[in-house]
Design a protein around this ligand. Structure first.
Ligand code: FES
Length: 106
C-alpha cells in the first residue's frame, strides 16, 4: 500500500482549445479534452444524441475539415463512413480546428 503524499495535487496542463466551425458558419470553442458533442452543447447548440458512448449513431456528423481522435477502439461507423468523413461527436475529440456538419440525416 502506498503512503499518502502531502502537498497539492500535481498541476494539470490545460487542454488545447481549438475552433469548431459548422458548415453554416457558426463557430464554437472545441477543447481537446472534450467530446465535440459536449463542446457544441456548452456553446448552446442542441445536436441530436442518445447513448453518448459511440454505439447508437444518433449524433452522427460529417467532418469536412480537420481530424478527430476517439477514446474508444471502434466507434459504430463503417470503414466507408469513416472514409467519407462521418464521425460520432459524442466520442470524438478534436486534434485541431475542425469544420463539421452536425445532425446529419440519411
Ligand atoms: S449519441 Fe449515440 S453514438 Fe453518439
Amino acid at each position: 500500500m502506498a503512503d499518502p503524499v502531502d502537498g497539492p495535487p500535481p498541476a494539470r496542463k490545460p487542454a488545447d482549445v481549438f475552433t469548431a466551425r459548422l458548415v453554416s458558419g457558426a463557430t464554437f470553442p472545441a477543447p481537446a479534452d472534450l467530446p465535440l458533442l459536449v463542446a457544441a452543447e456548452h456553446a448552446g447548440l442542441n445536436p441530436p444524441s442518445s447513448c453518448r458512448n459511440g454505439t447508437c449513431r444518433t449524433c452522427i456528423a460529417q467532418l469536412t475539415q480537420g481530424q478527430v481522435r476517439y477514446r474508444i477502439q471502434w466507434p459504430g461507423l463503417s470503414a466507408e463512413e469513416k472514409a467519407e468523413g462521418y464521425i460520432l461527436p459524442c466520442v470524438a475529440y478534436p486534434v485541431g480546428d475542425v469544420v463539421l456538419r452536425l445532425g446529419v440525416t440519411f
